[in-house]
Each structure stands twice: as structure tokens, then as C-alpha cells.
Design a protein around this ligand. Sequence first.
Ligand SMILES: Cc1ncc(COP(=O)(O)O)c(C=O)c1O
Length: 358
Amino acid sequence: MKRAKLLKIPIRKAVLGLTPYNAPAEGRAKKLRLDFNENTVGCSPAVLRALSRITAEEMAIYPEYQETTKRLARFFRVRPAEMHLTNGIDDALHLIADTFIEDGDSVLVVEPTFDMYRFFAELAGARVAALRYDEEMRFPVDDVIRVLRQPAKRCPRVLYIANPNNPTGTLVKRDELRRILQAASHTLVLVDEAYFDFSGLTILPWIRRYPNLLVARTFSKSAGLAALRVGCLFGRPELLGVMRRAGTPYPVNSVALVAAEAAVGDPRFLRGYTREVLQSRAMLEKGLVRLGARIYPSSANFVLADFGPVARRLVRALDRKGILVRGRRDFPREGFVRISAGTRADTRKLLRAMEGIL
Ligand SMILES: Cc1ncc(COP(=O)(O)O)c(C=O)c1O
């Protein structure tokens, strides 16, 4: 423990070393938001209808999870005991750290990737060992396996893989994941499938095959419920049972439960939005290449583009036109911009604005 200068109370060393997460800026509501990979049309109308039926009495009762868990488990084709609801995937990452990471342990990430893996691991006092995607944005599968094959004492406690990865949009193939899981005898492997709807590749059924595998999903992306914070962790019942010991009693609020149930009850909306995004993504990839950017073929609802020296000016000029995209600083050099694919109309508007700037 260390004392911060102005505060008289001690603050954990791990906290003093943290850089706060760069969360979305305020005031995004009226803009074209292509910066945080959200759904750009909003959730299903069925969700709003379900929310409008919530009674005053229901609001006064602490959340109950059994029925919603059963319905969601049916949707994901798992048993209720193989699923744990969380306050978004962020909360799942917190729970993983609270359950498995001791001060001084190491964890493994392959960067650039979702910042919150590092954040929650460092908050728990872990040392983060980071491998990197190469210049072609290839996942270093052999290097990862080498780290996992070390003697038990030196193995990382947790390996975090976003699949598809954010911000590269790339996918680790099923066969590579199998090799990784076979090598990970002493490491918990989290496969974060936040963008599964756009890739179509899942290893969710493998939770029955690999005892140290956790798979995460979220309602924040295709389902358009980022505001409500609902996620799911999937794993063996024994694994989730241990994690529940470290969890808070009410991780998801009742309004979010109603919304999540209604969202899975409207699969046509989910399919329709996903189809729209896939068409929009193809249009975005083509348009970006036409504008001179190098792109990395994406399996998610965003595209990583390398605009080189004009990137910074481009991001600022788009912002002035009310279009938000995400300039990335987690690459060895500047120039990388991550752009969400919303609807085709969103992409047309974006590309037109870019043509006017470049
Ligand atoms: C790979 C990945 N995982 C998880 C999340 C966050 O999910 P949630 O909103 O459920 O916390 C994001 C959000 O951008 C993400 O990119």
C-alpha cells in the first residue's frame, strides 16, 4: 500500500499504476457513432414493449435470475448451470480476475486487443505478459502455445482471446483454438465472443470438452443493449460454481433481464440487423480501399484501416461533421483507425464525408 499525496488513506499500488480506460466521450447521442462498435439502429421494438410492461412492484424487488437464466440458456443451447449472467463482459472480466488472479501472477494477452483484459488483470495486481499481432495482423499462435507449455509454476493464470479481436477484426481459427486449448493445462482460457454474430464462428460447445475454457457473449453489440449492461459467461458448472463465490449477489438488474429475454425472443430482428451489418461491412471495406487505406479483412462489425499520416486529420474532420470513428494509438505507429459498420446508409454517409475530406 502507498499513500497518495493528497489523500491520507492508503491506496493499493496496483490502482496507482493504472491508466483509466478511455471510455466513450459524452454527448454522442445525436452523432453518427461509428467509434464503439455499437448497434446503430437501437434494440428490437420488442425489447421496448417488454420494458414498458414492467410494473412498479417489480422495480421494488431484488432481481431473480432462475427463469431468465433458463430462457437464455435455451437460446444459447447450454444448460442453465453452464451459464452465468454478468453486468456486461466487463463485469465478467472483473469476476475472472477476482476468482483466479493473485497479486504478482502473470496473465497473457495478444495486443492490440480489448483494453479491459489488461485493465482488470493489472487492477488485481497481475503482471501482464503481452505478445503482439504482427504487421499483417496475424495472431502468433505458436508463440502463445510456447508460453502455455512452460512448467506449471511459470504458466500464465489467464489467457485472454477476443475472437473476433477488437481492434483488428481478425479471427483465430477453430483449429488454432483447439491447439491452444490442448496446450493450456494450467491456464484459464477466456474466449471473448462479443462479436460472434458477425463472424459466425463459435466454440461455445467446447466448454464441455475443455474444463478450463470460459466463453463470453454480450448483448451490447448486435442486440443493441449496450446501455443496459448484460453479458453471459459460459463454462463447466464446477468452474462457474467457484466463480459465483467471488461474485456480487445481483450482478444484473431486473430491467436488463427483461430486455435480454425480449431480445432473444426476437431472433428475426437479430438476424436482420446482422445481415444488414455484413452487407454494410463489405461496402465499407471496398470504400476504404478505394479511398487509399490499407484494410484488414474483418470478421466483426468494424473495420481496421491504416490511413498513415492523414489519419489524425481525418478523424478530427469527421468529428466536426458529426461522425465518430476511433483513432487507435495502441500500434507501433500512428495511422490506424477503427470504424464500426452500422447500416448501409451509415456507411454511405461516412464514405461520402471521407471523400470530401481526403
Ligand atoms: C472484445 C470485446 N469484449 C467485450 C466488450 C464489452 O462488452 P460489454 O459491453 O458486454 O461489457 C467489448 C466492447 O467493445 C469488446 O470489444
